[in-house]
Design a binder for this molecule. Structure first.
Ligand code: ATP
Ligand code: MG
Length: 282
C-alpha cells in the first residue's frame, strides 16, 4: 500500500447469494490519475463503485481510501455519506437529478449537504447560516461556470439536453469538494459532440481542480482518449490492467470484450439510452 495511491483495493470479493459480483479484485488508483474500469455488461463495474462508496459491503478484502496523504481511511463498513465527507464523490449510471429543481438548485443541494446544513438549519438560520448560504450560492455559481452551465442556472433540469444533464451531475459531484470523483458511464445517452465536451470537461476537472477521476465507460473512443490506465473486469474478475495501448493489444480483453469489431467506436454493450434506464443497483 502506498501513500501515493488514493484507492487501494486488496482481494475484494462481493457476493449476492450465489452470484459473485466481485471475485478477489485487487487494484489501485494513483493520486491524480484518470483511471478507467471497462468490461461487458454484468462484469461488476457498478458493484465495484458501490463497494468503493460504502453502498455495498464486500464479504472479503480491504479497501483503503487515502484522500489526504498520511490519513488512510478504511472504506468497508463506513456509510456512504461519511465517505462522501471524507472526499469520495460519484455520479450514477442512471441519472439521479431532482427534475423539478433548476440547474442551480441541483448543484446547491450538493454544496449545502457538504456544509452539513440541512433544510431545517437553513430555515431557522441565524447570521452564520446566512453567511454559509451565501458561500453555497457563490460555490454553486462557480461550479456552473466551470461545467459551462451558467446560462442554464434557472432552467429546470428536466428540460436540459442529455449532455447538459451529464455536466450538471458532474457539477453536483464536485459541490462536495471531493478528492476523487467516480463517474459511472458519464457519456451514456449523449451525442458525439456532447461526448467530446464531456471528455474535455473530465480532463479539466483533474487538471484544474486536482481531483482524481475513476471512470466506467462503454464508449471505447472516449475511454481510450481519456484514461491514463485501465482495468478490465469480466465476470467479477480483473482480467487485465494497462495503458490504452496495452489494453487494445491484450488478447484476453479483445476476446472477452472488445470483440473483433472496430474498437474505435464500439458501443455494442451500451444500453440504447443509459440516462433514462432505471438502474436498481445505481
Ligand atoms: N444488489 C444486487 N443484488 C443482487 N445482485 C446484484 C446486485 N448488484 C449487482 N448484482 C449482480 O452483480 C453482477 C454485476 O453487476 P454490475 O451492475 O456491477 O455490472 P456492470 O459491470 O456495472 O454492468 P453494466 O455494464 O450493465 O452496467 C450482476 O450479475 C448483477 O446482477
Ligand atoms: Mg453498471
Amino acid at each position: 500500500m502506498s501513500d501515493d495511491n488514493i484507492f487501494d483495493v486488496q482481494n475484494v470479493t462481493l457476493r449476492f447469494g450465489g452470484v459473485v459480483s466481485l471475485n478477489d479484485v485487487s487494484l489501485h488508483q494513483r493520486r491524480g490519475e484518470i483511471l478507467a474500469v471497462i468490461g461487458p455488461n454484468g462484469a461488476g463495474k457498478t458493484s465495484l463503485f458501490n463497494s468503493l462508496t460504502g453502498v455495498y459491503k464486500p464479504q472479503e478484502g480491504t479497501i483503503t481510501f487515502t484522500g489526504e496523504p498520511g490519513n488512510p481511511v478504511s472504506v468497508i463498513g463506513r456509510k456512504p455519506h461519511r465517505l462522501n465527507g471524507a472526499g469520495i464523490a460519484r455520479t450514477f449510471q442512471a441519472s439521479r437529478m431532482f427534475s423539478a429543481l433548476t440547474t442551480f438548485e441541483n448543484v446547491k443541494i450538493g454544496a449545502e449537504s457538504h456544509r452539513g446544513l440541512g433544510a431545517v438549519g437553513a430555515m431557522l438560520g441565524g447570521p452564520a447560516t446566512r453567511r454559509g448560504e451565501k458561500e453555497s450560492d457563490r460555490r454553486t455559481i462557480e461550479l456552473l461556470d466551470f461545467v459551462g452551465l451558467r446560462d442554464e442556472a434557472n432552467t429546470l433540469s428536466a428540460s436540459l439536453s442529455y449532455g447538459a444533464r451529464r455536466r450538471l451531475e458532474i457539477a453536483r459531484g464536485l459541490a462536495t469538494n471531493p478528492k476523487v470523483l467516480l463517474l459511472d458511464e458519464p457519456a451514456a445517452g449523449t451525442n458525439p459532440a456532447e461526448k467530446l465536451d464531456l471528455t474535455e470537461l473530465i480532463r479539466k476537472v483533474r487538471d484544474e481542480m486536482g481531483v482524481s477521476i475513476l471512470l466506467i465507460e462503454h464508449d471505447m473512443k472516449l475511454v481510450m482518449s481519456l484514461a491514463e490506465r485501465l482495468y478490465v473486469l469480466n465476470f467479477g474478475s480483473v482480467i487485465a490492467e494497462g495503458t490504452p495501448d496495452e489494453i487494445r493489444a491484450n488478447e484476453a480483453v479483445v476476446e472477452a470484450y472488445l470483440g473483433s469489431s472496430d474498437t474505435g467506436t464500439s458501443q455494442a454493450t451500451t444500453s440504447p439510452d443509459g440516462v433514462e434506464v432505471t438502474d436498481a443497483q445505481g
